[in-house]
Design a protein around this ligand. Sequence first.
Ligand SMILES: O=C(O)CCC(=O)C(=O)O
Ligand SMILES: [Fe+2]
Length: 317
Amino acid sequence: MAPNVMVSLPVVDLALQPSVVATAIRHACESRGFFYVTNHGVPREAVDAMFHAAREFFSLPVHLKQTVLQDHNNRGWTPMGEETLDPSSSKRGDSKEGYYIGREAEEDEIGLPLRGANNWPDEEKLGLVNWRRVMEAYHDEMSSLARRLMPVFAEALGLEKNFFDEHFRRPTALLRPLHYAASESSPDEGVFAAGAHSDYGVLTILAVDAEAPGLEIQEANGSWTPVAGGTSGGFCVNIGDLCERWTNGRFRSTVHRVVTKQCQGERWSAAFFWEPEFDVVVTPIVREGEKPHYEPCKYGDYILGKYAATHEGFKDS
Ligand SMILES: O=C(O)CCC(=O)C(=O)O
Ligand SMILES: [Fe+2]
């Protein structure tokens, strides 16, 4: 089959009138569930500093990275090949490593599933400077952007603007810088940079350094379309499975993957996953005359099941 031509995703300018933004987001979410946002208010320096810090960490020798191996709260380093996003068609683990940084737990949350402290590196021992500060600043920027987007999503769905507020008071907000090896993906042989998957949560805000190519989205007929490298300084936003479920299938969570070419060198990106409070029960929002297509589900049970299916380090939790 001939490869599909590259698509440019819709670009949503967040500086436009809220009702215009809501309509643009509704259209994007009802079709592929992928769009770019511009005029998002996140300073370029915060993005650059985050990528610089990510490069510093991932360039360290393995034995030093192992000091912050992913823990049972899903914080820390996930080594190259540790994750297999598409176990059904992958011959080996994805050719990427990552680092999970979450919302710092409040006192009464410590000990509850997935809500511990972050697994920060010992900066002095590892020779890192301001690493935690830079990552926290970027995490804060992403949380603010997500909090700005949720009322627009509510408006796009015809709901009260504050509809989602009570579900995201203490959200699951995971930043995950990613480093892809300079390696040749070979989908026919089950070799991927990131295997086919849909995201688990409500929305994902992705930054790709230098707008590097590699991201592909799956069409309804199963074929793959490469996504154009993006808009300079914009973020790629996509809908996750929980949002599809919450909107009774109206907003689409589209399967995507990353394929790399060795000649293009390493690839650096950072995903930010925005998900509700652990105990929130997600009940499909139905429109008049519509039947729910999903059972209500507790977010916490749902997410633990998802991690166990794809992360080596998470199988026995
Ligand atoms: O790195 C990318 O471009 C995409 C990463 C991704 O899809 C994910 O981490 O869920
Ligand atoms: Fe993804």
